[in-house]
Design a protein around this ligand. Sequence first.
Ligand code: C2O
Ligand code: CU
Length: 466
Amino acid sequence: MKNALLILLVACSSGSGQRQAKGWADGIALGQAEDQDPDTHIVDVSLEARVAPRELRPGVVTELWTYDGQVPGPTLRVRRGDVLRVRFTNHLPAPTTIHWHGLRIDAAMDGSEMTQAPIQPGASFTYELTPPDAGTYWYHPHHDSSGQVGQGLYGALIVEDDEPPLGDEAVLVLSDASVKDDGTLRPPNDTGWFGDYFGREGNVLLVNGRVLPEIKTRTGAPERWRIINASRARFYELSVPDHVLEQVASDGGLLERPRAIGSLRLVPGERMDVVVTPKPEAASRTEVMWHDMDRYGIGYTRDPERLFVLVKSDLPPWSEPARSDAVMRDFSPLDVSTASTRRIELGEKAAGGTTVLAINGQAYSEALPIDAHVGTTEIWEIVNTTSYDHPFHLHGFSFQVLDTKNNLRAREWKDTVNVRGKSTLRFAVYFDDRPGMWMFHCHILDHAALGMMGMLHVIGHGDTHR
Ligand code: C2O
Ligand code: CU
């Protein structure tokens, strides 16, 4: 029985593998963490953070902060409901933690400083996670995260399930690095307060740690890109001319149905899975361009930059059996009829002759946790009183974005969403039975460092203290 199944699987995957030319994704290949546990429901990997040299530009070596010497770190893969055990060792010259961005796991494993003392240089910590939802996630430090992510610490975490085959798959981790001509990194706190206030964008754009890499495509053959914005501050709008773009998943896994889109937009921390299919008229080389999203709201955008290149293989056009736009996933709107509304105000605050960023009038250093209760649904109203954008991220719980009439903006689960300058965004969130301390913050990591971060205490049923 097991063999028959195996043969079937091999047959299916080789069938779909022939869509693309051999080695189509070699230009963006990522390392994979190796599972050391024979149990099929446990993925057991070792991960080590250390400083290591990488050649971002030919002949120029840059010392980056890495997981296992790789940038991005090795891709972690686990099946929904299985255990992912990560035996982590810190060989950095500074303390660190790992946060599993977007996963609905136990608070104790969330890797924020709310739940864990930073892991000291030379020390180890074992994380054990059981991710309940399939989707595209990522991991990064939650101690000095702006500095540490900015120096290279981030990686993809893919939670798999039985999903409809949507195309040949690639993971694309978008990031940038601040590199001087001699290859050395700019200090992570370069430009002081201004850097925090504006958010530091690197001058070198990276896709899977590479400058301007190539991906092969084939006319008519769909590719599913799992895209992660791991940049500390950069927003991305990507144009892919002469290709059909269909979004199939966002932060919390598959959408209810595929959605045709014109460009790909990702704010820091956000993910999107998109099925990309070259049209017959696509050129033999298509440059995928980065476009500025005017996150300062000043009506001025910087020039586009090249990010990666699609190279059409010389294979004849592929004709894919038409895919329906039928339901990919059951999706139920949260019941908000009795939900209370919580106002979260993102703003600036004068402090000691300077300006810091604050949530509900308090910078993180002076903030107290807000309380919520297991088993309740709340509406969060995120009011951005500044004139520039903030990508809002809540740890541990996915949410549904609402319009002003409490209708869903889209049938999807989010954990990171952009709140435009001078605007309000609302979402519904249900606190399932995972009590503990969680964080929420702007995912422009420099903004989080400047104070735009808060704590949420989800109180369990039997939990009377506090
Ligand atoms: Cu990806 Cu608290 O962050
Ligand atoms: Cu912000």
